[in-house]
Design a protein around this ligand. Structure first.
Ligand code: BES
Ligand code: ZN
Length: 462
């Protein structure tokens, strides 16, 4: 790797000498001079107002994957990238979307219930005798004839999906799963499956009372009606803006991916999750538009993160092995601007340091006096990159704000200071790796020397 991570530390200490060493733990304002002139120029370009107004625009509505409003966000992001002069590609992909039931009715004899349901519960209208089916394990069902009947199954030991599939295989037309602990039961069947039959949930108290009635033979016929519960193939999109490196045409360069997800969950404007990261990705693209780099920069906003990281998996899967090996870093910006969240942290899939955390720790120490801490965490678009062996980290504030995934995740909760702080760390970290190195004229037979970043500033920035 051609650029030692701490090259600028070295350059700074050479220039500053002993004075530089003494300022290692000085307060932040005094420390900024550890950054070189070009880095300071990059910092000056960051405009938190820009990011704020992008978040305000994007968070006017939720942006659920595969919907018209996500598509509008895609168009908005694409236009912004193009207005900065980037060649921009919209990358479509499909996924299995799910709409929760609109109505669930269950009556048994003269008694009616208000059942819950699972994600991926299918719709249907079924009637029949209730049969106690234990935990719904295969061996328990072996001697039971469930044909045309509704299986009454207790939570525990095996997954909800297995319980539903085992009962369906024995001919059950519906399934009721009751809780084994207090509180309502909700959950997921994990994925769509055409073998599912309508499956709903009852509380522990409801389930046990009903099980007792079934045992004594006075439960009566059950009628179960699940309306809606629709699985369909939907289309979402990633938006990819590319900044080509300044290198000879046939030499393949390293690639850095700076990204965020533009979709949100249903009912949430997703100002912080993740219009904030989307706005910051756009801002990074804006400030880098005239900065020549010898590393390719890809600014990517991902679709369908909230339904299983689908967009980022699709992006990584669409790369050739050669492109994966050239991709040296992924900076994942997800929830980077809430007033009500804690301090910035970085999360890596394996909890270990990597190129991204090392670059960001170096720069955050110089910017703020303290290196940004890192820990272990998945749950966002860095996961597919990490799984492909690409150094990746999620930038997020910890603890999370109380508005996470709620209708209150709105623009009024966004802090321009937080946006500014993260943007400073990301922009300088990327620069450390992507900056254009100048080779001295090869008049000596010895090894080539590299110019200090300060010496190439005028050429790099307009
Ligand atoms: N931004 C969140 C991830 C997050 C939230 C990480 C809080 C750490 C703390 C992301 O958009 C999200 O909600 N992810 C899903 C998981 C995904 C695989 C569907 C989640 O965490 O439920
Ligand atoms: Zn998110």
């Amino acid at each position: 790797m051609k650029k030692p991570i701490f090259a600028s530390v070295l350059a700074a200490s050479l220039i500053l000498g002993a004075a530089g060493a003494q300022t290692a733990y000085a307060k932040p304002a005094e420390q900024a001079f550890e950054l070189n002139v070009t880095e300071k120029k990059i910092l000056k370009k960051i405009n938190a107002e820009n990011m704020y107004s992008t978040i305000a625009e994007l968070s006017k509505t939720p942006r659920v994957a595969g919907t018209e409003s996500e598509w509008r966000a895609v168009q908005y992001v694409k236009k912004k990238f193009e207005s900065y002069g980037y060649k921009t590609k919209v990358q479509p992909f499909t996924f299995e979307g799910y709409d929760a039931p609109t109505k669930i009715e269950l009556t048994v004899g003269s008694e009616s219930f208000k059942p819950g349901s699972f994600t991926y519960t299918v719709g249907g209208k079924v009637s029949g005798e209730l049969v106690l089916a234990g935990l719904g394990k295969k061996d328990e069902l072996q001697t039971l004839d469930l044909t045309g009947k509704i299986a009454m199954i207790k939570r525990g030991e095996i997954s909800f999906a297995e319980k539903v599939l085992n009962a369906a295989e024995k001919g059950a037309s519906g399934v009721i799963i009751y809780n084994n602990t207090t509180g309502a039961l909700s959950g997921t069947l994990g994925a769509a499956n055409e073998k599912y039959v309508p499956a709903v949930t009852l509380t522990k108290a409801e389930g046990e009372a009903l099980a007792a009635k079934i045992s004594s033979g006075d439960a009566g016929t059950a009628h179960l009606h699940v309306e809606g519960g629709k699985v369909e193939t939907r289309t979402s999109h990633n938006v990819i803006a590319t900044k080509k490196p300044v290198v000879s045409k046939n030499k393949k360069s390293d690639v850095i991916v700076i990204g965020a997800h533009h979709d949100s969950v249903e009912g949430a404007p997703g100002a912080n999750d993740d219009a904030s990261g989307t706005a910051m990705t756009l801002e990074m693209a804006r400030i880098y538009q005239h900065v020549p780099t010898d590393t390719e920069l890809r600014f990517v906003t991902f679709g369908a993160e909230e339904v299983g990281l689908i967009g980022s998996y699709h992006y990584v899967e669409s790369l050739s092995d050669e492109e994966i090996s050239r991709t040296i870093a992924n900076f994942n910006l997800d929830m980077v601007g809430s007033k009500d969240a804690g301090d910035l942290v970085m999360l890596t899939l394996d909890g270990k340091a990597n190129l991204v955390t090392e670059l960001a720790q170096d720069k955050s120490k110089k910017l703020n006096g303290e290196p940004t801490p890192f820990g272990q965490g998945g749950r966002s678009d860095h996961v597919p990159f990490a799984e492909a062996g690409i150094p990746a980290a999620l930038f997020i504030h910890n603890p999370t704000e109380p508005w996470y995934h709620s209708p209150q995740d709105s623009i009024d909760k966004i802090s321009k200071d937080k946006l500014q702080d993260v943007a400073e760390i990301i922009s300088t970290s990327v620069y450390e790796r992507a900056r254009l190195d100048i080779k001295w004229p090869n008049v000596f037979s010895g090894p080539k020397m590299k110019a200090s970043p300060d010496m190439i500033q005028e050429q790099e920035l307009n």
